[in-house]
Write a protein that binds this ligand. Sequence first.
Ligand code: BGC
Length: 715
Amino acid sequence: MVVQSSSTRVWTAADERARDVEQQMTDDERFSLLVSVMGTNHVVVERDARIPEGTSMSAGYVPGVPRLGVPAQQSSDASLGITNPGYREGDTATALPAAIALGASFNPALAREAGAMLGREARSRGFNIQLAGGVNLARDPRNGRNFEYLSEDPLVSAALAAESINGIQSQGVISTIKHYSLNCNETNRHWLDAVIDPAAHRESDLLAFEIAIERSQPGSVMTGYNKINGDYAGGNGVLMQDVLKDTWGYPGWVMSDWGGTPGWEAALKGLDQESGLQLDVMMWKQVWFTDKLRAAYAEGKLPKERLSDMVRRMLRSMFAVGVDSWGPAPEVDMAAHHQISLETARQGIVLLKNDGALPLATDTTASIAVIGGHAQVGVATGCGSSAVLPPGGYAEVIKIGGPGVMGVGRNLFLMPSSPVVELKKLLPHAQVEFDPGQSPAEAALMARRSDIAIVFGIKVESEGFDSPDLSLPWGQDAVIEAVAAANPNTIVVLETGNAISMPWRDKVKAIVEAWYPGQAGGQAIAEVLAGTVNPSGRLPVTFPADLSQTPRPDLPGLGSAWGTATTINYDEGAEVGYRWMARTGAKPLFAFGYGLSYTSFTHGDFRATGGETVTATVTVTNNGARAGADVPQLYLMQAAGDNRMRLLGFERVELSPGESRSVTLTADPRLLARYDGQAGNWHIAGGTYHVALGRAADDLESTAAVTLNEQRFGR
Ligand code: BGC
């Protein structure tokens, strides 16, 4: 119920109740809500006294105030399944594919389903906060956490993150949105200053946050570890106070990342909660929001109104999402959840190349050499706080290791869904053999005597690490080269969390990007290879030909020792990914939005209108022989004389053979505008706007010119 409104903020019944409850609190109770403590794990060995015996371990625990009906906060990671470093030891949960695979589905409805699954599994374990909603843009293909993020585009990222958050919160579990903002590289992330033009920031990463927050009202925003324009995210007044709270009217609370509170003064800059305080002890040798903040309060440096505001923000999110009024835990149907993971993997797989090698016929009697990638065991996944232990456990864990605090958790975690086993099921008459791909010469032996060779290329990405380059590790590029030289029918399947370079691209017949496909990934890969599933994923990130095409061929600080201060100038501003390619005229290896199908689609009757915004319609027809899904994409190409590429709209359309559907795409006006930092609003220059409909950012088929009215709007 809306009880009062102002220009930037809608006051709800949850606000009223939060105010009422907060007023009844003692200062001790207020302060008790301002820090979260970690459960035990490999970093934290002692149970914090604030966590009652018998409470399941969580990423963050905050005591409740039972006398006022305020439950304890128990938070869990993250977007790919229920997990956290302590909890993972004791239980398993449905492991979804990487978020970048969900991004590749271009399917917000699927994101919602997966989010609701996360909400149910979180709630059934007593977790009422899900540390999900990773929406940072994939600016750099070396970033070790891109697999946890959705895409390089603000609209795709926002649309999918919002539905994932809506799904989680539909189950009465608060979701975060994170990591606010520009946590786009992992290299020395605690000492990284991400420098960007503030207006360009509004048109890119912040726009993803802005749209996602509008569409889903996440209960909390988690800050990043890095600095932005000189100030740590967790102490950044421009981002937390000016932009998030004052300009966007965000009513929820801001929590730091774990160990990401730079000082008690962060409370004056908009930070409401210090998270994972044991990591602050490790990072800063301090806990800030306990004694230090209390001292500041006693000295009048932290105003009483601000203390109340911090607490009210938390309470209003708890009441708005309903974590205080849980009934019995929902029934969790793990078989149904497995299907959601499988469906996400299917829709996320991108067919990058197909010179007629795929699909394999299900009745084939061919001899097939499956090579490398531990495909006889399972599928790869990423590492860090988001890594999920699937039901039954990992098929295998191979230690990788590395420097720094994240090195200990860097492993090749193999999910228990073996592509070899699944292929044998789907191709019962084929002779499927496996070679580990440990040497090019050995792999070539089997490839040479087989009708078809399927080589797996895997690359483990991890929180805490950036890749030095875009190659496949462990000599796999050489194995693929040798197999392709030995067998003309070579198919490559990739399990990676990022774009990779493909020196062998022209020598193989087909390339399939499966990302980290989760606990049902082997099945989804086999289905796409066999053709029982028609691939429909589209690249949510650009695959550059090489790093020289990216804004930063050399990554500042790469390889420097832990603790080295690093500055990354994000000089590309809002021209991220395909926008950068359009700006520079470079031809990528595979473009954003690209992906093949086993059927074909035509786009007809393209029409666009202008005025306040751009609205376009197109008729999509499946003119092939199989059911399949297309993703028509509407791009801005030129805005009143300014060459500027922006994805304005997209829709995933499932069509039977011969079926047609009319699709209408309407642009969010902010995608047509520039952010005017001086005036503090969005500006659409009046004039002619050129838009194009395409299958990918480099494959545009119909264009139209529309006239837009001059407008200023928003803040
Ligand atoms: C990560 C967060 C995560 C938190 C709690 C941090 O290392 O950056 O994304 O939610 O740990 O596990």
